[in-house]
Design a protein around this ligand. Structure first.
Ligand code: TK8
Length: 339
């Protein structure tokens, strides 16, 4: 036997062994699920991602393994959405606002002052309207499992307290990459700039922007209080997060595997709503301790803003479809009549 021939045989044997080992380890290796998110591990988003991961491991007897990857290490929301659609990443949680370019009906949730309390948000998001909008994602290559609470958004900036609409004049305000947010804040007089969340802290720190708007929880967990002096309690919009799966990948799962994910998502949903609300309830006091100066936007000023946004409301109605818009208003009237 020549040296070349012997080497060839050895190489073939090695290749065969590797191939059969790969086939074997496929069976025993857990199915790996990369679950990306934008906030830190020590945030309401991070805590709920962990609950989801633990639940999947438990329910699948270790056959499915969720690797929760935070701090936008897999990219900002918009990039992860594309990775899911292409099948390069399995799961994520992110803002519905950044999904509007993919599914226009998601813009409904961006309507300023749409919900006046958490109960209204829960009823709409977890009811038929929320389900219908979520299902629209499927034709775009995404499966929406549940909505989590990001929360009511409040305004922070490094320039001045915002007591009235005019105080927004000239404030360079970071908004999500979404036309409703951009239009709304421009209409209210701010100099609105769309930007990925992952770039926000350093943009605030370097004063590339003066302010931003996010729920209390995020102002805390992303340490915005270190670079923002003023917090105005505006509650100007309720922001959902949505847990997403790549449809390409989902379609290759067994019914049992799909059920494990759907059930775990429900558990994470219940945990996340509760955890987020508990944290939010204490957050103002925490943020004051951290040095933020807090003021409330008066009801009269919020009404002036609403009025100023009439054109934006009309645009949202046209974009999401009048039928959906009217159904939403009717649903809200029903909830409010019950009280
Ligand atoms: C995190 C974002 C964040 C959102 C934002 O990835 O961008 O301001 O509120 O929660 O989705």
């Amino acid at each position: 036997m020549t040296f070349v021939r012997r080497t060839l045989i050895a190489a073939t044997v090695a290749a065969t062994l590797t191939a059969s080992f790969a086939a074997f380890s496929q069976d025993i290796k857990p199915r790996l699920i990369r679950f990306g998110y934008g906030l830190n591990e020590q945030s309401n988003q991070g805590r709920a991602a962990k609950v989801f991961a633990d639940e999947v491991a438990k329910a699948s007897g270790g056959k499915m393994k969720v690797r929760a990857i935070g701090a936008a290490a897999l990219g900002p929301d918009t990039q992860m959405q594309q990775a899911l659609i292409g099948g390069a990443q399995e799961m994520m949680v992110g803002s519905t606002a950044t999904l509007v370019g993919i599914t226009k009906e998601m813009a409904l949730w961006d309507t300023p002052f749409l919900f006046s309390n958490a109960k209204e948000a829960d009823t709409l998001l977890d009811g038929p309207i929320g389900e219908k909008i979520k299902d629209k994602l499927q034709e775009k290559g995404l499966v929406g499992l549940v909505y989590w609470e990001n929360g009511f958004r409040n305004l922070t900036n490094s320039k001045r307290p915002v007591n009235k609409m005019e105080d927004l004049d000239g404030i360079k305000l970071r908004v999500m990459q979404n036309n409703v947010f951009l239009d709304s804040f421009k209409t209210l007089g701010a100099n609105a700039v769309p930007m990925a969340f992952s770039e926000l802290f350093s943009a605030l720190e370097t004063k590339t922007v003066d302010g931003q708007e996010n729920p209390y929880n995020t102002i805390l967990s992303s340490k915005f209080y270190e670079v923002q002096k003023y917090l105005t309690v505006t509650n100007h919009v309720y922001s959902p997060w949505i847990v997403l799966v790549s449809k390409k990948w989902w379609d290759g799962l067994s019914k049992d595997e799909q059920k494990v994910l759907a059930d775990a998502a429900k558990v994470s949903h219940d945990f996340e709503r509760k955890d987020t609300r508990e944290e939010a309830a204490k957050a103002v006091a925490d943020l004051k301790t951290k040095g933020m100066q807090v003021n409330d936007l008066s009801f009269a000023e919020a009404s002036r803003m609403r009025n100023k946004l009439t054109r934006v409301y009309a645009t949202i109605g046209a974009d999401v479809g009048m039928e959906l818009w009217i159904a939403t208003q009717n649903e809200l009237v029903k909830i409010r009549a019950k009280k």
